[in-house]
Structure formats: structure tokens, C-alpha cells
Design a protein around this ligand. Structure first.
Ligand SMILES: [Mg+2]
Length: 124
């Protein structure tokens, strides 16, 4: 089992299916999942909740994409670790995400065990 009970992880994705998959992987590992449906919602929720230990975010979302959301979080002084969800074969995108302040990336479709391992490593 993963981290201490109730550590909050922000999950930002416009796909309800992906949000549910992340919730199903993280909840049994002891994380409390806070969902946001796009970058704007994610940014607002991150600003409002100092208890978040990390964020997992999609790239392509309406209103505000993942790269812009990370950039804005860093501009507001939010330092929580962020992992990007990508599809395979997007090295240029990963480079941009890292430059914006992402700590790493997870390729979709993700393996739940590996996802929890990555979250355990980054959630502080
Ligand atoms: Mg998307």
C-alpha cells in the first residue's frame, strides 16, 4: 500500500473515464483524489487547497491546456510536483512540459501499479 491515508492528489483531465481510472488506482493506495475537469478548474482548485501534495494532469483540455496550467501554477508560486499524462511518442511535448515545471510524465494507457509507484515517489 502507498502513502499515508488521505494525502490529497489533484487529478486534472477533461476525460471523466481517465479521472475515474486515476481515482480507482489512487484511492486504495491511501490517496484522496480531488478532480478537476480542465486546466482552469485545476488551477483554481490548486490555488484554493494548500493540502494538495501533488497533481497529475492531462495535456489537451478545453479552456486551458496542461502546459499553460503548469506555467500559471508556477507563476503563482505553487511548487507542488506535477506529472503529465501523455500519449506515446510525444518527446517535444514532454520537453515543453518539463520546461514549464513538470516533474515527469506517465504514458496513457497507464498501469495502475506503476502510477502509484510514481505518485508515492513524488507526493511529499
Ligand atoms: Mg484531454
Amino acid at each position: 500500500m502507498g502513502g499515508p491515508v488521505g494525502r490529497k492528489v489533484l487529478v486534472v483531465d477533461d476525460s471523466v473515464t481517465i479521472r475515474q481510472q486515476l481515482r480507482m488506482a489512487l484511492t486504495p493506495a491511501g490517496y484522496e483524489v480531488i478532480e478537476a475537469f480542465d486546466g482552469e478548474d485545476g488551477l483554481a482548485k490548486a490555488k484554493a487547497d494548500p493540502e494538495l501534495v501533488m497533481a497529475i494532469c492531462d495535456v489537451n483540455m478545453p479552456r486551458m491546456d496542461g502546459i499553460e496550467m503548469i506555467t500559471k501554477m508556477r507563476e503563482c508560486g505553487l511548487t507542488l510536483p506535477i506529472v503529465m499524462l501523455t500519449t506515446e511518442g510525444q518527446p517535444a511535448l514532454i520537453k515543453r512540459a518539463k520546461a514549464a515545471g513538470a516533474k515527469g510524465w506517465i504514458v496513457k494507457p497507464f498501469n495502475a501499479t506503476l502510477l502509484v509507484k510514481a505518485v508515492d515517489k513524488l507526493a511529499t
